[in-house]
Design a protein around this ligand. Structure first.
Ligand code: UGA
Length: 446
């Protein structure tokens, strides 16, 4: 919305949320999310044609076009638990829009949704209020965190699905302020909804594929970066999204694939469901494998050993930790009784502790006394990568933050227990010649 406000000074953009604390943060210079370049865009437009407010009803009444951009987490209860998307918030939005609207409005699904959700939204809108009429569009978002501003500024494509040509044209006109028309793709509603899930499934599949091959590289003398480079130069495959890692994270890939799996099962396509589910299973395997390698290499025990965790966010340039591989690696190391010392340049201590606590909660919804003790006694959060490594037996690199590449490895080596191990879950230190500095270096897939 900030980018639309920036590129379309003639359009008045209002961002509403029922959470006053969140809106206050958007109205300050301490935005609730870290995203390079975003503050500058917000500062440019705020007070001009970009407003953040909790006045939901008034804003709905005044709007000609309404984007539903609420979260659609994986259901944790009832039918489809662990797979299907929880559409509670989308439905509540639709009901509220229906309740307070008059005249004609275009409602745009921006949240990632299962195929045919637009139908549900349409049904709610057309049955609750007879004085208003609605068109529903699907306009999934393809930006990635950490590069959101760049991605919005110059997207590969914008996808708009709908039934009414007038409504489609209205949204095309918004994006056409800065995006070439040939990149504005229009489809039917269902294709648009499915394309979003399929795009994320294909991207995640590439990561799981390269990670699967990384396991084989570790068992042989092949090197995954060399293999990825060799396959990526085939123009039919292409070089992007072939970086082997400790596993993909983020709020989208796993959730969207599980949602796709649920849809396939629902429509009686178990083989298709199983095919895609394997992408998530491979990712879980990759995270577990990373911990197993650490434990085996540290002479089969990490109990009471200090392990430095470099990076907790699910990728660099974001403070988002949702589904971050770091959460699961830390949990498994704690279960092995390791002492972990975590440093991330952007994630707060509170957020790290909360994420770990959630990951250690048992199936009964409770934290055992043993887990509580591990979280209290075996986890520290520190202010630098050097502090995390101080007297540690090993460093585990879990996020590819640029600053890790320029750490003072000579001093760090001195401060560590010997032998000093580095497990590089992002293969960012491969070029740093850590072997020559005395470290035992283990990259992914080599
Ligand atoms: C992803 C998609 O890339 C976006 O197009 C989409 O809009 C977004 O989900 C969404 O559905 O909202 P995002 O999750 O922000 O974006 O970040 P990605 O850059 O896709 O990275 C996802 C995870 O895969 C990260 O943990 C990253 O480190 C990992 N990854 C990515 C690899 O391990 N290797 C790679 O080669 C690429």
């Amino acid at each position: 919305m900030a980018m639309i406000a920036k590129q379309c000074p003639n359009i008045d953009v209002k961002v509403v949320d029922i959470n006053p604390k969140r809106i206050a943060q958007w109205n300050s210079d301490d935005l609730p999310i870290y995203e390079p370049g975003l503050l500058e865009v917000v500062q440019e437009c705020r007070g001009r044609n970009l407003t953040f407010t909790t006045d939901v009803e008034k804003s709905i009444k005044e709007a000609q076009m309404i984007f539903i951009s609420v979260n659609t987490p994986t259901k944790t209860f009832g039918t489809g638990a662990g797979r299907a998307a929880n559409l509670e918030f989308v439905e509540k939005c639709a009901r509220q829009i229906a309740k307070v609207s008059s005249g004609h409005k275009i409602v745009v699904e921006k949240s990632t949704l299962p195929v045919r959700t637009a139908e549900a939204v349409k049904t709610i809108l057309s049955n609750s209020n007879h004085s208003a009429t609605f068109d529903v569009l699907s306009n999934p978002e393809f930006l990635a965190e950490g590069t959101a501003v760049e991605d919005m500024q110059s997207p590969d494509r914008v996808l708009i699905g709908g039934e009414s040509q007038d409504a489609i044209n209205a949204l095309v006109d918004v994006y056409a302020h800065w995006i070439p028309r040939e990149r504005l793709l229009t489809t039917n509603l269902w294709s648009s909804e499915l394309s979003k899930l399929a795009a994320n499934a294909f991207l995640a599949q590439r990561v799981s594929s390269v990670n699967a091959i990384s396991a084989l590289c570790e068992a042989t003398e092949a090197d995954i970066d060399e293999v990825a480079n060799a396959i990526g130069t085939d123009s039919r495959i292409g070089p992007k999204f072939l970086k082997a890692s400790v596993g993909f994270g983020g709020s989208c890939f796993q959730k969207d694939i599980l949602n796709l799996v649920y849809l396939c099962e629902y429509f009686g396509l178990p083989e298709v469901a199983e095919y895609w589910e394997q992408v998530v299973k491979m990712n879980d395997y990759q995270k577990r494998r990373f911990v197993t390698r650490i434990v085996r290499t540290l002479f089969n025990t990490v109990s009471d050993k200090k392990i430095a965790i470099w990076g907790f966010a699910f990728k660099k340039d974001t403070n988002d930790t949702r589904e971050s591989a770091a959460i699961y690696v830390c949990r498994d190391l704690l279960e092995e009784r390791a002492k972990i010392s975590i440093y991330d340049p952007r994630v707060t201590e509170e957020q790290i502790r909360y994420a770990l606590e959630q990951a250690m909660i048992g199936p009964d919804g409770r934290l055992t006394a043993a887990s509580e003790k591990l979280l209290k006694d075996n986890v520290e959060i520190v202010g630098s990568s050097a502090a995390a490594a101080d007297r540690a037996h090993a460093i585990a690199v879990l996020t590819e933050w640029d600053e890790f590449k320029t750490a003072d490895f000579t001093a760090i080596y001195q401060s560590m227990q010997k032998p000093a191990f580095v497990f590089d879950g992002r293969n960012i230190l491969k070029q740093s010649n850590l072997g020559n500095k005395g470290f035992q270096y283990y990259g992914i897939g080599s």
